[in-house]
Design a protein around this ligand. Structure first.
Ligand code: ADP
Length: 647
C-alpha cells in the first residue's frame, strides 16, 4: 500500500483559491450549488460512458446526489454515484487548473496587475468554492470500473495530500470540515432552502439526509415487559428525502410536457395565482445554445410601474440556477415576462457585470424579445378577446419598446391596438389599413387625455367628413411611441393636430378662391386676434380642417402635443409652455359675426372678450385646462343672460 503523498498545488490553483475566497466571501452559500453541479456533471459523464460500457454501472443505475450533515462533528457531506476520480484524475482535477480559459484569465489578471474581484465571474469557481465555508476539505473518490478509492485532503494552503481509502461503490464524497461560524450549513432546513433556491431543477434526485426516529417496529401484544418498561428514547437514524423537483421542465421536449405542467411551473416561478396568458418554450441552436421558457401573465402585477420591480426571468447555466431578475436578458418594456433562460455557453459563475455587455447576453436578449413578441402575435390571432384584455393592461409598457428598441418597431407594430373613430373596441393597424378608403394615404391619429376628449376634438372634423378613420391615443407614452414607430407598412402616421395637415387633395379652383376671399375678409380680425392672444398663440390663421367648430389649436412643426406637455409640466414646472397655432373656421357664422363686429368697432372691448372666449373654448376642446376658469364662467353667465333677455 502506498503511503500518504503530499503534493504542492500548481501556482495558479493557489491564486484561484485566493481569489475565490476573497471575492466571494459575501456570497458563501453558492458553494453548495457548485458542488451539487459538479456531482450532477459527474453523473452525466458516467451515464455517457456507460452507453459504451455498461459494466461501469456495476448494478447501481439509480443515480442520486446525497447530502447530509453531522452537526456535532461540524461536517457536511455531498456524495454522488457518478464517474468518480482515480488517483491521477484527483491530481489533475483538484490540484491543477486544466481549463485553458481560466489560465488565460489568470494571465490577463497578471497583465492588469489586479486581482479584480468583479472578474471572478469570468471563470467557474467550481470545486474551490468549498473553501468559502470549510477549513479543510476531504474528497473520497472511487472511479467507475475501479475498486480503489483515494482520499484527497487539503486545508487550501500550499498543498494537499492523497492516500488510499475506502468507499462503497463508485463515485465521490466531498466532506467539508465547516468553519466554526458556518454551522447553518448543518441544518436540514437551511440546506433544503438552498437546494430549492439554486438546484431545484438539477436533473438528478438530490437526497437530503436528516436524523429522524426510526420507523416504529410493530408491538408484540404478548410482551408484557414492554408495557411496563420506561418509554425509550427514540432511536434516530439517518434518513434521506428527495428535496429537488428533479426535472428541468424546460429541458424536456415540448410534446412531453402537458399544459398543466407548464401552468404549474409558471405558478412556481411567478408566484402568480392565475394561469398565464400564454407561453413560448423554445430552443435556440445558432451560435449560442440556449433554451427558454417564457410566460406572459394575464394581468399586470401591482408593481408594473415601479422602478425597482424585479424582472421575472431567471438565468440557468446547464440547469443550474445562476440568478433571478436577469434584467440584462430582458428589456424593461418586457419586464412582465416570467420564466427561465438556460444557457449552454455561459460559465457557471457568470456575474452580472459580465452579463452587462457580453455578446452572449445580446444574442439571448434578442431572442427573448423575438420569441415573446412572436408568441403574442400568434396569441392575438387565436384569441383576440383575451389578447385585447391583455393589451389594455400591458399595452402602455410594450409601447415603451417602440422608442427604447427601435429595431423592434416592426414587430411591436403588429401588436399595437387602439381605440378608433371607425370601430367599437380595439383595432390593430392592419385592420385599420384594410378599412382605409380610396384616396387615404396615411394613418391618422389624435393624442389626448381620454377617449371622450379626443373623440370630440375639432381636429377630426374634416377627416371624419371624408370617412377617414382616426386612431385615439390616450396613453402618456403615445407621443414617443408613434415617433419610434415611424411608418407602418409604408404608411406614415400623421397627427390630426399637426399644423400642416395635408389631406392629399388638390383644392379645386372654386374652393381655393373662396378660401382666399375668406382669408382676405378675415385679415383684420385675424390680426386683431393675434394681438389679443399674443402671449398664448404663435399665429392665428384660417383653417381648412374645420367644418363644425369655430376654432381649434394645432401644433406647429416640431412642437409638442398639448397633453404630453401638460404631463411633463406636472413633473417639471420649469418646462416652458409652448405656443400653438389658433386656426379659425372661415365658414362659421360666429366667426363672421365677430368679423363684422370688429369691422364696425375695431377697439371694442366686447370683441376682445369674445376672442378670449374662443381661445378658452379651443383649450377645452383639446382637453387642456383654461387659465382662468372663474373668468370664463363669469363671461358665460353674462352671455347666457344676454341671450335670455333678447329672446
Ligand atoms: P469545473 O467543474 O468547472 O470543471 P471544478 O473546479 O468544479 O471545475 O472541478 C474541476 C474538475 O474536478 C471537474 O472538471 C471534474 O473533472 C472534477 N470533479 C469535481 N467534482 C467532481 C465529482 N463530484 N465527481 C467527479 N469529478 C469531479
Amino acid at each position: 500500500m502506498s503511503a500518504t503523498e503530499t503534493h504542492a498545488f500548481q501556482a495558479e490553483v493557489s491564486r484561484v483559491l485566493h481569489l475565490v475566497v476573497n471575492s466571494l466571501y459575501s456570497n458563501k452559500e453558492i458553494f453548495l450549488r457548485e458542488l451539487v453541479s459538479n456531482a450532477s456533471d459527474a453523473i452525466d459523464r458516467l451515464r455517457l460512458s456507460a452507453l459504451e460500457d455498461d459494466n461501469l454501472l456495476d448494478d447501481d443505475a439509480e443515480f442520486a446526489i446525497q447530502i447530509w450533515a453531522e452537526p456535532e462533528a461540524r461536517l457536511l457531506h455531498i456524495a454522488d454515484n457518478g464517474s468518480g476520480m482515480s488517483h491521477d484524475q484527483l491530481i489533475a482535477s483538484l490540484g491543477t487548473i486544466a481549463h485553458s480559459g481560466t489560465l488565460q484569465f489568470l494571465e490577463g489578471l497578471k497583465e492588469k496587475k489586479a486581482d479584480d474581484a468583479s472578474l471572478i465571474g469570468q471563470f467557474g469557481v467550481g470545486f474551490y468554492s468549498a473553501f468559502l465555508v470549510a477549513d479543510m476539505v476531504t474528497v473520497t473518490s472511487r472511479a467507475a470500473g475501479s475498486d480503489e478509492a483515494w482520499v484527497w485532503t487539503s486545508d487550501a494552503q500550499e498543498s494537499y495530500t492523497l492516500e488510499p481509502g475506502e468507499r462503497d461503490g463508485r463515485g465521490t464524497t466531498i466532506t467539508l470540515h465547516l468553519a466554526e461560524e458556518q454551522m447553518e450549513y448543518t441544518s436540514f432546513w437551511s440546506l433544503r432552502a438552498l437546494i430549492a433556491k439554486y438546484s431545484d431543477y438539477v436533473r438528478h434526485p438530490i437526497m437530503l439526509g436528516d436524523m429522524r426516529p426510526a420507523p416504529e417496529e410493530p408491538k408484540d401484544e404478548d410482551d408484557e415487559s414492554e408495557e411496563d418498561a420506561e418509554p425509550k428514547e427514540p432511536v434516530l437514524t439517518l434518513q434521506f428525502e428527495q428535496v429537488n423537483k428533479g426535472s428541468a421542465l424546460w429541458q424536456r421536449p415540448r410534446d412531453e410536457v402537458t399544459d398543466e405542467e407548464y401552468v404549474e411551473f409558471y405558478k412556481h416561478v411567478s408566484n402568480d395565482f392565475e394561469d398565464p396568458l400564454c407561453w413560448n418554450h423554445f430552443k435556440i441552436e445558432g451560435t449560442q445554445l440556449f433554451t427558454g421558457l417564457l410566460y406572459v401573465p394575464k394581468r399586470p402585477p401591482f408593481d408594473l410601474y415601479h422602478r425597482e420591480a424585479k424582472r421575472g426571468v431567471s438565468l440557468f447555466v446547464n440547469r443550474v440556477f445562476i440568478l433571478d431578475d436577469a434584467e440584462e436578458l430582458v428589456p424593461a418594456w418586457l419586464r412582465f415576462v416570467k420564466g427561465v433562460i438556460d444557457s449552454d455557453d455561459l460559465p457557471l459563475n457568470v456575474s452580472r457585470e459580465m452579463l452587462q455587455d457580453g455578446a452572449i447576453t445580446r444574442s439571448i436578449r434578442k431572442q427573448v424579445i423575438k420569441k415573446t413578441l412572436d408568441r403574442l402575435k400568434t396569441f392575438a390571432g387565436d384569441d383576440a378577446e383575451a389578447y385585447n384584455a391583455f393589451w389594455t393592461g400591458f399595452g402602455p409598457v410594450i409601447k415603451e419598446g417602440l422608442y427604447l428598441d427601435k429595431d423592434q418597431a416592426k414587430r411591436i407594430g403588429k401588436l399595437l391596438r387602439y381605440r378608433s373613430s371607425g370601430v367599437d373596441g380595439l383595432t390593430s393597424l392592419d385592420e385599420y389599413i384594410e378599412r382605409m378608403p380610396e384616396g387615404q394615404e396615411d394613418i391618422y391619429y389624435v393624442i389626448g387625455e381620454s377617449e371622450a376628449a379626443v373623440a370630440a376634438s375639432p381636429h377630426l372634423e374634416s377627416l371624419k367628413s371624408r370617412g377617414w378613420e382616426v386612431l385615439y391615443m390616450t396613453d402618456p407614452v403615445d407621443e414617443w411611441a408613434v415617433d419610434g414607430l415611424g411608418d407602418y407598412d409604408d404608411k406614415k402616421l400623421v397627427s390630426a393636430t399637426k399644423a400642416d395637415l395635408d389631406l392629399g387633395e388638390e383644392e379645386d379652383e372654386d374652393t381655393k378662391k373662396e378660401r382666399e376671399e375668406a382669408k382676405d375678409s378675415l385679415e383684420g380680425l385675424l390680426g386683431h386676434m393675434g394681438t389679443v392672444l399674443d402671449s398664448n398663440v404663435s399665429e392665428v390663421r384660417v383653417s381648412n380642417r374645420l367644418t363644425d367648430s369655430p376654432v381649434c389649436l394645432v401644433v406647429p412643426e416640431g412642437g409638442q402635443n398639448a397633453y404630453l406637455e401638460r404631463l411633463l409640466r406636472n413633473h417639471d414646472n420649469s418646462i416652458p409652455k409652448s405656443k400653438r397655432i389658433l386656426e379659425v373656421n372661415p365658414t362659421h357664422p360666429l366667426i363672421n359675426a365677430i368679423r363684422d363686429a370688429h369691422g364696425a368697432e375695431p377697439e371694442s372691448a366686447q370683441v376682445k372678450e369674445w376672442v378670449e372666449i374662443l381661445y378658452d373654448q379651443a383649450l377645452l376642446l383639446e382637453g387642456s385646462p383654461v387659465e382662468d376658469p372663474a373668468r370664463l364662467a363669469r363671461r358665460m353667465t353674462t352671455l347666457l343672460q344676454k341671450a335670455m333677455t333678447t329672446t
